[in-house]
Design a protein around this ligand. Structure first.
Ligand code: IMP
Length: 419
């Protein structure tokens, strides 16, 4: 099947937006299959840089954009992003699946409230978790409901008083919106968005049968997967490659390429284990050189050395056909660079992420050191990269068993080296 899935091999923010933009030039459709506006990608249009959260990165290439059933949609954010992009590049082609769940104002308020009460996850506070919880509890409002005022009224009426009680009684919150106001506001969003309603599953099935090219754009990363990530420090959806089919409504089929995207080092936003995390001067330098601050929340990202047990585990979970390494240039200037080859937990060696969280929390990284290198972004081929950088990349290939197909050496589209 002429399809490609792009998945983050780490904790999100791997630079998938740039890789998606690179591949989407040759695609007919770009689909998002999970997550919501907790994601963030930076796109450049006419020398201007924008941060998008919900629309697929393929928007810049003017592809048919699909938002699958597995995505949670904040209609206000969607309308804002459509307006912004259309003011720059003209009309976009977008289909939102009828089954996608809608993020409501009480989800956003609950997200912030739960954080305080149930222990810290460090969520983006965009209402993602509470919205997916309602989907699983079968009390969610879906896109098909949003665009039909009568159904929206009925569904909202069923849940609103319950959410209000929970927010007030359990979390001591005061709601500055009532049911009538929410209905009015969301029915208006529904009217504006109605013409995007469609069946992503049917569109994709027919596209793939006609050998059209489809790119599935994962948001977040493998270790934020609700089941296979570092639970409970995860998001509420399935970024891993299998999520692409579940989240768009496609039966199992052979996918031509599954690209795992990883930075040349590691970052993480929010709480949770991070064995190779750096602190002090080295961390400050890496964060500064990589501009490691969250696209969605602006939070400084935690930074550390590349962690191969993570990448090996990600390969098992996603079945990568190739790796794309991003931000290699950011390592420039370090005298010594390290790669974690495996972990030690109480004298036992682990070459992948341990099954038990209590072991992962205690994992001590074992490193291999590399001589530093300077990458300017001007290198156009692999062989033009400094020898030390080539060695660094070859070591990753050899020790993960996945070939590197792309190396990104700068933020610009042309600062990408195919291998
Ligand atoms: P949520 O997805 O907002 O519920 O947040 C759950 C966890 O996932 C938190 O640790 C967030 O920081 C993290 N997270 C969510 N979206 C992203 C992303 O796009 N990049 C990196 N981390 C993310």
């Amino acid at each position: 099947m002429p399809a490609r899935i792009i998945v983050g091999a780490q904790f999100g923010d791997e630079g998938k937006g740039k890789i998606t933009d690179f591949f989407s030039a040759k695609m007919d459709f770009v689909a998002r299959y999970q997550g919501g506006n907790n994601a963030g990608h930076t796109v450049c249009v006419k020398d201007q840089t924008f941060k998008l959260h919900l629309l697929p990165s393929g928007v810049v290439q003017k592809k048919h954009l699909l938002i699958g059933a597995g995505v949670v949609v904040d209609p206000k954010v969607l309308l804002e992003e459509i307006a912004l992009i259309e003011s720059l590049i003209g009309k976009i082609k977008l289909t939102v699946d009828a089954r996608a769940n809608i993020i409501m104002p009480y989800h956003v308020l609950l997200d912030a409230s739960i954080e305080g009460k149930q222990g810290k996850i460090g969520t983006t506070k965009r209402g993602i978790g509470p919205c997916y919880s309602d989907r699983a509890a079968r009390i969610g409002i879906r896109f098909e409901d949003l665009v039909d005022e009568k159904i929206l009224r009925e569904k909202l009426h069923k849940v609103f008083s319950i959410k209000k009680k929970i927010l007030e009684a359990v979390y001591g919150k005061h709601l500055d919106f009532n049911e009538k106001q929410v209905l009015k506001e969301y029915a208006a969003y529904g009217k504006k968005l109605r013409h995007y309603l469609g069946d992503v599953s049917t569109i994709l099935d027919s596209a793939l049968r006609q050998k059209k090219r489809v790119l599935f754009e994962g948001a977040q990363g493998t270790f934020l997967d609700n089941d296979f990530g570092t639970y409970p420090f995860v998001t509420s959806s399935h970024p891993i490659s299998a999520g692409a089919l579940v989240g768009t409504g496609l039966g199992l089929r052979k996918i031509e390429n599954i690209s795992g995207v990883t930075k040349a080092y590691t970052t993480r936003v929010g709480e949770g284990p991070f064995p190779t995390e750096l602190h002090g001067k080295q961390a400050t330098l890496l964060r500064k050189q990589g501009n490691e601050f969250g696209t969605t929340t602006g939070r400084p990202r935690r930074v550390g050395w590349l962690d191969l047990p993570l990448i090996r585990t990600a390969h098992r979970l996603n079945n990568f056909s190739e790796l794309a390494i991003t931000k290699l240039d950011v390592l420039s200037g370090f005298k010594e660079i390290k790669i974690c080859t495996h972990y030690k937990v109480g004298g036992k060696k682990f070459s992948e992420v341990p099954m038990l969280s209590k072991d992962f929390e205690k994992a001590k990284p074992v490193y291999k050191s590399f001589k530093g290198f300077n990458v300017s972004g001007k290198e156009k081929t692999f062989s033009r990269l400094p020898k030390e950088a080539q060695n660094y990349l070859k070591f990753i290939e050899k020790n993960t068993g996945v070939k590197i197909a792309l190396v990104s050496v700068g933020a610009k589209r042309n600062e990408t080296i195919p291998r």
